[in-house]
Design a protein around this ligand. Structure first.
Ligand code: AMP
Ligand code: GLY
Length: 417
């Protein structure tokens, strides 16, 4: 079966790598891909007619959608009933990520544990609410904001400024959500579902801030690892009961035929797990750690989602731990130079994986940087410490001008239990 992975980041490189290992996989194309993926097809993921033509010309039967934008714009609905099967939810399902107000109302309707909240049309209405209730809260833009729409506020001036920023960016009638601010430890739980059963992957953790100790500006994610030692089976059962099962029941109750990934962004609080957000796609950089940790055939799992037989699947995992370090451009997440020559990739140990994100080949065929997050260096170990040591040793051999990494991926205190 020929497959196309839609997208161009490290997540899509990892998806193509894992899918190609299936005995059922034919050619695995990446559309449009990056400097590390092949074969690439230069097509805009939002131009569904062009994607359809590119797939049909190559006999692609399965389209695996990486990012959220094409899902929110209805790519699964566009190809429904056609000769191209799409792994990824329909637009109605993708609203769980596309609108935070919708997602919160869905959680409330179906008893999914989450922070208390109110939503507002217009930052002015929200301002009156935070003035009454104090500024220790979280202010969120309702729509897709590429990770830049959430403000965790300590006090009233910060909350007022967050609302002012949303008004500057999105206008006076921008929809906002104001949430109770939770305290706890964050964990990412990703699963593949046919809308009835779900095959959960190993729990993982992202590192969103740029600097060690979770300081500095938010990024797309500076590294991830899995599994999380402190996250035991009892916690997983709590998450299933409080978040995962009510979500699946809610989707069914609302008649949403959801076939794809659900990513649960969870806060483990003193009084149990609470859902911070849904994503309707695999997380990046979590994917670059959880797919190498998965022993089962990913293609088989995806087809089970489309066929409605996830109930029969029990994903298996490799023993040990996997760590993914992101090598970013100097200046990221602000402005950064592009076109920096990348060296040292030929030196990586045979058991280390490098998934490309912001890379391309220049006219001479030399690999150069082309984005904020450039490479993911992924290593396995029998212990988390061994995996961390291997990943950093491998990253040390790779160079481009301005290369930036966090020094403490996998080193938060609580994860050790
Ligand atoms: P979201 O995009 O909704 O996951 O929010 C991005 C980040 O903001 C999360 O990963 C958390 O670190 C933080 N956050 C979101 N909601 C809350 C909340 N209710 N309480 C505390 N932190 C939050
Ligand atoms: N790692 C967070 C995300 O993909 O949204």
């Amino acid at each position: 079966m020929n497959i196309a992975v839609l997208g161009s980041g490290g997540r899509e490189h990892a998806l193509a790598w894992k899918l190609a290992q299936s005995p059922m996989a034919g050619q695995v194309y990446v559309m449009p891909g990056n400097g590390g993926t092949a074969p690439n097809v230069p097509v805009d993921p939002m131009d569904f007619d062009a994607v359809g033509r590119a797939c049909r010309e190559r006999g692609v039967e399965l389209l695996v959608v990486g990012p959220e934008d094409p899902l929110a714009a209805g790519i699964a609905d566009h190809f429904a009933g056609s000769d191209i099967r799409v792994f990824g939810p329909c637009a109605a399902g993708a609203r769980l990520e596309g609108s935070k107000a919708y997602a919160k109302d869905f959680m409330q309707r179906h008893g999914v544990a989450t922070a208390a909240y109110r939503h507002f049309v217009g930052p002015a209405a929200a301002r009156a609410y935070v003035e009454q209730n104090g500024g220790y809260c979280v202010v969120k833009f309702d729509g897709l904001a590429a990770g830049k729409g959430v403000f965790v506020c300590d006090d009233l001036p910060q909350a007022i400024e967050a609302l002012a920023e949303l008004e500057r960016r999105y206008g006076a009638d921008a929809c906002t959500v104001v949430e109770e601010r939770l305290l706890g430890n964050e964990i990412s739980i990703l699963g593949l579902t046919d809308g009835r059963a779900i095959a959960l992957l190993q729990p993982s953790q992202d590192h969103k801030q740029l600097l060690d100790g979770d300081r500095g500006p938010n990024t797309g994610g500076m590294g991830a690892f899995c599994p999380v030692p402190a996250f035991d089976l009892a916690m997983l059962e709590q998450v299933r009961a409080a978040v995962v099962e009510p979500t699946l029941q809610g989707l069914r109750a609302e008649g949403i035929d959801y076939r794809g990934v659900i990513y649960f962004g969870i806060m483990m609080c003193a009084d149990g797990p609470k859902l911070l957000e849904y994503n309707v796609r695999l997380g990046d950089p979590e994917t670059e750690a959880v797919l190498p940790a998965l022993a089962s055939d990913l293609l088989e799992l995806m087809l089970a989602c489309l066929d409605g037989s996830v109930m029969l699947c029990t994903p298996q995992f490799r023993p040990g731990y996997v760590v993914d370090l992101v090598l970013a451009s100097g200046g990221y997440p602000g402005s950064y130079p592009k076109g920096m020559a990348i060296s040292g990739l030929d030196d990586t140990a045979p058991d280390v994986l490098v998934f490309h994100a912001g890379t391309r080949r220049d006219a001479q065929g030399q690999l150069v940087s082309s984005g904020g997050r450039v490479l993911n260096v992924v290593a396995r170990g029998d212990t988390l410490d061994a995996a961390i040591a291997r990943a950093y040793a491998a990253a040390d051999r790779i160079h481009f001008d301005g290369v930036t990494t966090r020094g403490d991926i996998g080193r938060r205190e609580w994860i050790r239990g």
